[in-house]
Design a protein around this ligand. Structure first.
Ligand code: GH3
Ligand code: MG
Ligand code: MG
Ligand code: MG
Length: 307
C-alpha cells in the first residue's frame, strides 16, 4: 500500500473532497429588480438542476450573499437606487468574494457601457434575451473553474485534506450550523514519526502521511471534515458525535489502521488521538482541550485515544 499513487488519482481525490463535482448543485444568485425577468431566468437554471435565489432589492445583496453563499452571481445592470456596476464594485471589495464569478445579464447593448461594467469586476456580459444554452454553458464553466480553484486553495497538496486554515473554517461553520448536535474535535498525531523518516527516508515518511490521510478519509463520513493540521498531525471534526462516540470511532480506526500496516509490512505505524467535545467554548479553547488529551495519550504510552 505504499506505492506511489498516480497524479490523476490524487487530482480526482482532491476534486471529490470538496464537492467540485456537479453532483452538488450550482447555487446561482440572480439580482434583478424585475420579478418577471428573474423568475424567467430562475426557471431556466432550475430546469438544468441549479439552485437559485432571487434578490430584487440590490441594497440587501450583501446580506443575501452571506446567507445563500452562491457559486456565481447573475447581475442585472439597471435597478432603482443602485446599478449593477456599483454593486459589482461593492461585492468585489469584500475579501471573501474576490473569486466569486459575476456575470451581467442585461438588455444593455452599448459596447462601451458593457465594457465599463466589466471593468468594475464583472467577468462577462450576456445580453438579453440570452440563448439558454449559452447561458447554462457559461455558468457551468465559470462555476466549475471557481470550485476547482477553491479546492486547490483549501486543500493540502500532499494529502488532499483540508489545510489548517480551512479546517478551522470548517469548525467555525460546524459550530454555527450544527449547534443542536454534539460536535467532537479530534487531534491525530503519528507516533514516533521522526523514526520513520530516520529509518526509511523522507519520501517514505510522506507516503505514510498520505496513506493515513486516505485511510482516515475512507473510514469517516464524507460530511466529517478532516484536515492536515501540521506535518504529521491531523484534525477531524466529528459531527453528531459525543466525546464517547468519537473515542469509539477513532479507536476502531486506530485498530484497523494498525492491522492494515502490520499485514506483511516491515513498517509499523501507529497514531495517538486526543478528543474534545464542544461545549460552547471558543475554537482555540476546543483545540487546546483536544491537544491536552493528545498529550495525555502520548504520555500514557502512545497508540491510543484519550479524552
Ligand atoms: P511523537 O510520538 O511524540 O509524536 O513523536 P514524533 O517523532 O512523531 O514527534 P515529533 O513532533 O518530534 O516529530 C515529527 C516529525 O515529523 C518531525 C518532522 O521532521 C516530521 N515531518 C513533519 N512534516 C513532515 C512531512 O511533510 N513529511 C515527512 N516525511 N516528515 C515530516
Ligand atoms: Mg432592471
Ligand atoms: Mg507532531
Ligand atoms: Mg508525532
Amino acid at each position: 500500500i505504499y506505492e506511489e499513487m498516480d497524479v490523476q488519482s490524487v487530482i480526482s481525490h482532491l476534486e471529490n473532497l470538496l464537492d467540485s463535482s456537479p453532483e452538488v448543485p450550482f447555487k446561482i444568485l440572480i439580482i434583478d429588480d424585475s420579478r418577471a425577468q428573474a423568475t424567467h431566468t430562475a426557471n431556466v437554471l432550475n430546469k438544468a438542476g441549479m439552485v437559485t435565489q432571487v434578490a430584487n432589492d440590490p441594497l440587501l445583496v450583501l446580506d443575501v450573499l452571506s446567507g445563500f453563499t452562491p457559486d456565481l452571481i447573475l447581475m442585472d445592470m439597471y435597478m432603482p437606487g443602485c446599478n449593477g456596476m456599483e454593486l459589482a464594485k461593492v461585492i468585489r471589495q469584500q475579501r471573501e468574494y474576490i473569486n466569486l464569478p459575476i456575470i451581467y445579464l442585461s438588455g444593455e447593448e452599448d459596447r462601451e457601457r458593457q465594457l465599463a461594467a466589466m471593468a468594475e469586476g464583472g467577468d462577462d456580459f450576456l445580453t438579453k434575451p440570452v440563448d439558454p444554452g449559452h447561458l447554462l454553458t457559461t455558468l457551468r464553466n465559470r462555476v466549475s473553474r471557481a470550485r476547482q480553484l477553491q479546492n486547490l486553495i483549501a486543500c493540502d497538496s500532499l494529502t488532499g485534506l483540508l489545510n489548517h486554515t480551512h479546517l478551522l473554517g470548517a469548525l467555525q461553520d460546524a459550530m454555527r450550523t450544527n449547534s443542536d448536535v454534539p460536535i467532537s474535535f479530534v487531534m491525530v498525531d503519528i507516533d514516533h514519526f521522526k523514526q520513520v523518516n530516520d529509518r526509511h527516508g523522507h519520501p517514505v515518511g510522506d507516503l505514510v502521511i498520505r496513506n493515513l490521510s486516505l485511510f482516515l478519509r475512507q473510514s469517516l463520513r464524507k460530511s466529517d471534515p478532516i484536515g492536515r493540521y501540521g506535518g504529521e498531525e491531523f484534525a477531524i471534526i466529528l459531527l453528531d458525535a459525543t466525546a464517547q462516540q468519537a473515542r469509539q470511532i477513532m479507536d476502531d480506526i486506530r485498530l484497523n489502521f494498525a492491522n492494515l500496516i502490520h499485514d506483511g509490512q516491515s513498517l509499523k505505524v501507529t497514531f495517538s488521538c486526543g478528543v474534545a467535545e464542544w461545549s460552547g467554548q471558543s475554537i482555540s479553547e476546543l483545540v487546546a482541550a483536544s491537544d491536552q488529551a493528545l498529550y495525555c495519550a502520548k504520555r500514557n504510552g502512545r497508540n491510543q485515544v484519550q479524552l
